[in-house]
Write a protein that binds this ligand. Structure first.
Ligand code: B3K
Ligand code: ZN
Length: 845
């Protein structure tokens, strides 16, 4: 397959005045009639032939200006001769939603029709210029028996077995959506700042009524927040959300008709955990915020994906911070960034925030585009300041509303609004890899100097790297623990640069990269005492947490490499945090958690040590055991004190208390044989505590009876059962992982065609570092068997799952060879999809 290049971009030769679509729904033979008014695009080379994208379509008729035409068909679309000037294209095609297992285009899930068109799914619905820079208003008629018939925009007419929708806002086809089925609405209303009423509906399957309250509440808070924070109002009479069980990702921001994986909509105290509630809130917000950053202003081409995704992730992070806690949100995000984006950037799949070439665009909805894309916006905001940031955003909306834009447009807005030259900053969009920032310090005659050195290692296709613009937020503390220099922003632009602070009476302790002000790996030799000091005294919650994390990492490294025992400095520092009632419980919970095994494998590899997954896992267990013993007095106190009395509510305060309580329970379970966890499992009246208890038990090798009971209690609930599968896959012991995986995948409820269920088991295994990498390689082989099986049905999910192998280069030669052989077998599979083919080729290098 041929790569698509950013440098090949050319505007489409035609513009569209209006699209009229009629759907005659039928599971196996849906008819789609399209009537599209084209006219020459004055900004493009004139053309007398027109190219339309189309895949797996049966063309029944094609007309131009009412006359039959004979387009030249091929595998990816058609070419047709067109008249001079404006013309009307009409086509009728037939498609089979019931046979669409790829879950892209129009497909069926549990008897209901739904669509997923981003990035290039619309070409499976009708022939069309399926690119984001072709925007048009859509008029849609749906003929079908289902009680609920939905599309984008405002409702126009409804009747017996039909509905008509009109979306006045010109949009690219990737934002098209249609839903038809037996659904129940959870209705509400919202009045915009300008006083316009909006009818809100969340559609769920019968039986799921009552599980949409929280999503609705999150939606209304998101709508208000975007008005208050960005001045952005909603722009249609209705806003609909639909929950779908079979979905390749989290959710989709289709104009006026967001479609969600039901996992990120449905919640009740009995079925959803605190974490689920938080994710629902964040994803509802994310998709809603796309209405302005993505829909009203969209991307010129798919290379610009970060323009909408990085910005929208940044906006949903701000929202969650405002609703909950900025400190906790930042720590959560950095943990995630390192686990996913740093991991990606350090391996064969590393690519810039704005890539310049792809084979299958669906493979580029990555942690780099999303999360690093959001980091880049965070740096920009820090560099220009809050006020200038909002001035630039106002200009962005004013200047580009209704357009399909590029990263250059985005940066130009900042340059024009702030007068700042952003040329050097723009390298964050084009240069891949995570910069390493080395720091040395010097103190002489009251002057304290920080010497920084930055370097970005080579990544695929990029051997030479230049320096990045790094906003480095720094504070200084006195040896007594007082803050003597509050947070100050240093702007590093060179490979090596020094910054001085004068007039200090003694050598300060630096608190570096506060708030994780730049997505870099900080490399600084420092003592255990200094880390413990920062954990105790730092005023910035991120660097305070980071000091504890670094301590834990150092201890674990020494345990793995030298069989060392954790020293009192670390354990005492941890005890101080555990006992500090002035700290937010959610923060204390984060500070008591250890880095994941995968983080440790990366940390060891960074230090030139080949990670041994079994040793890492053993060290993690041993350290948790030690912590549990050392904190044996305080843990029961925390467990009692953090009990939340009264009926369950998902609010952040209660969730924070439950989180700390769970951390205490998990540690105590290491020493009490699971006694308390078993008791909690019996009495829990909400999923957070039920799941928390059973997790503790399974982790210590107990919980067989509870797993059975849990299954019997929840065998009717798909989303809860996903948790049951994921838990066992994620916590299987290395020696049992292959058997556990076999048992789970042979289970009658392992519906492997459902992406959530597939991800629960196969993704659960991937998250079980020691189990996935168990020494025989049997788990690698089983995973590959499943990818070979899923690929012909669902290439997108298969391709995404291959990333579990992206770190193969870290491990010993035996494991490397086994992984390469397993991936080689996948690669050699006949008829392998373009999606998976591209991923495997990149991973193998
Ligand atoms: N924009 C969609 C992702 C589409 C993924 C296509 N493979 C969801 C989101 O980022 O909001
Ligand atoms: Zn998004």
């Amino acid at each position: 397959p041929r790569a698509v290049l950013l440098s090949d971009y050319a505007p489409y030769p035609f513009e569209i005045d209006e699209v009229r679509l009629t759907f005659r729904l039928d599971p196996h033979a849906t008819r789609v009639l399209a009537r599209i008014a084209f006219r020459p695009n004055p900004a493009a080379e004139p053309s007398r032939t027109m190219r339309l994208d189309g895949e797996a379509l049966k063309l029944l008729s094609a007309l131009i200006d009412g006359e039959e035409v004979e387009p030249r068909l091929d595998d990816t679309g058609l070419t047709v001769d067109v008249p001079d000037g404006a013309f009307v294209w009409e086509a009728e095609v037939e498609i089979s939603p019931a046979d669409n297992t790829a879950l892209e285009g129009l497909y069926m899930s549990n008897g209901m029709y739904c669509t997923q068109c981003e990035a290039e799914g619309f070409r499976k619905i009708t022939y069309y210029p399926n690119r984001p820079d072709v925007m048009a208003p859509f008029h849609v008629r749906i003929d079908g028996e289902a009680p609920v018939l939905l599309s984008n925009g405002n409702p126009v007419h409804f009747g017996e077995a039909f509905a008509e929708w009109h979306d006045p806002w010109p949009k690219p086809a990737y934002l098209f959506a249609l839903v038809a089925g037996d659904l129940v609405a959870h209705p509400d209303t919202f009045t915009t700042k300008s006083g316009l009423p909006v009818a809100l509906n969340i559609y769920v399957r019968p039986g799921d009524e009552g599980k949409a309250d929280y999503a609705m509440d999150a939606l209304k808070r998101s709508m208000r927040w975007d008005e208050e924070t960005y001045g952005r109002e909603y722009d249609l009479d209705v806003f609909n959300i639909v929950a779908v069980d079979d979905f390749n990702m989290g959710a989709m921001e289709n104009k006026g008709l967001n479609i969600f994986n039901s996992k990120y909509v449905l919640a009740s105290p009995e079925t959803a955990t605190d974490r689920d509630y938080e994710l629902i809130e964040g994803i509802i917000a994310h998709e809603y915020f796309h209405n302005w950053t993505g829909n009203r202003i969209t991307c010129r081409d798919w290379f610009q994906l970060c323009l909408k995704e990085g910005l929208t992730v940044f906006r949903d992070r701000e929202f969650t911070g405002d609703q909950r806690s900025h400190a906790v949100k930042r720590i959560d995000d950095v943990v995630m960034l390192r686990a996913r984006q740093f991991r990606e950037d350090n391996g064969p799949l590393s690519h810039p925030v704005r890539p310049s070439s792809y084979i299958e665009i669906n493979n580029f909805y990555t942690a780099t585009v999303y999360e690093k894309g959001a980091e880049v916006i965070g740096m920009l905001k820090r560099l220009v300041g809050d006020e200038a940031y909002h001035r630039a955003l106002d200009l962005y909306f004013e200047r580009h509303d209704g357009q399909a834009c590029t990263v250059e447009d985005w940066l130009a807005v900042f340059q024009d609004a702030t007068g700042r030259d952003l040329h050097a900053f723009s390298h964050w969009y084009t240069q891949s890899g995570t910069p390493r920032l080395r720091v040395l310090e010097e103190f002489e005659d009251g002057t304290y100097t920080l010497h920084f050195q930055q370097e970005t290692p080579p990544t695929p296709g990029q051997d030479e790297k230049g320096p990045q613009v790094l906003p480095i937020a720094v504070g200084l503390l006195s040896p007594e623990g007082d803050e003597i220099v509050p947070t100050t922003l240093l702007e590093m632009t060179e490979s090596e640069q020094s910054f001085t602070f004068e007039g200090l009476s003694e050598k300060p302790v630096p608190s570096l990269l506060r708030g994780f002000s730049a997505p870099v790996i900080l490399d600084r030799a420092t003592s255990t005492e200094e880390r413990a000091f920062l954990l105790a005294n730092d005023t910035d919650p991120f660097t305070k947490w980071e000091a504890g994390r670094a301590l834990a990492r150092d201890v674990l490294i020494r345990m793995v490499t030298d069989d060392a025992q954790p020293g009192p400095a670390y354990l005492d520092a941890l005890e101080r945090v555990a006992r500090d009632d002035t700290l937010d419980p959610a923060f204390r919970s984060l500070a008591l958690a250890l880095p994941s095994d995968d983080d440790m494998a990366q940390a060891l590899a960074d230090g030139g040590v080949t990670p041994d997954p079994l040793r890492i896992n053993a060290a993690n267990r041993a350290l948790n055991q030690k912590i549990a013993e050392h904190l044996s007095d305080v843990l029961p106190q925390i467990y009692e004190a953090m009990e939340v009395v009264g009926p369950y509510t998902p609010d952040p305060k209660a969730a924070g208390r439950r989180s700390l309580r769970q951390t205490a329970l998990a540690l105590m379970s290491r020493t009490d044989g699971g006694k308390r966890a078993a008791r909690q499992f019996e009495t829990a009246d909400n999923m957070t505590e039920q799941m928390g208890a059973i997790t503790c038990l399974v982790r210590i090798g107990e919980g067989a009876d509870q797993l059975d009971a849990f299954f019997r209690q929840w065998d009717h609930d798909r989303l809860v059962l996903d948790k049951w599968f994921a838990l066992q896959a994620g916590l299987a012991k290395p020696g049992d992982t292959a058997d556990t995986m076999r048992r789970l995948t042979e289970h009658p409820n392992f519906d492997w065609k459902n992406p959530n269920r597939f991800r629960s088991v196969i993704g659960g295994i991937a998250g079980n570092h020691a189990g996935f990498h168990e020494p025989s390689g049997a788990v690698y082989e089983q995973v590959i068997d499943w990818l070979v099986r899923l690929d012909p049905l669902n290439p997108q999910t298969t391709a995404r799952m291959t990333t579990m192998f992206e770190t193969w280069h870290r491990y010993d030669t035996d494991r490397q060879e086994m992984i390469r052989a397993a991936l080689g077998r996948l690669r050699a599979t006949e008829g392998l999809s373009r999606d998976t083919g591209e991923m495997v080729a990149r991973i193998l290098g």
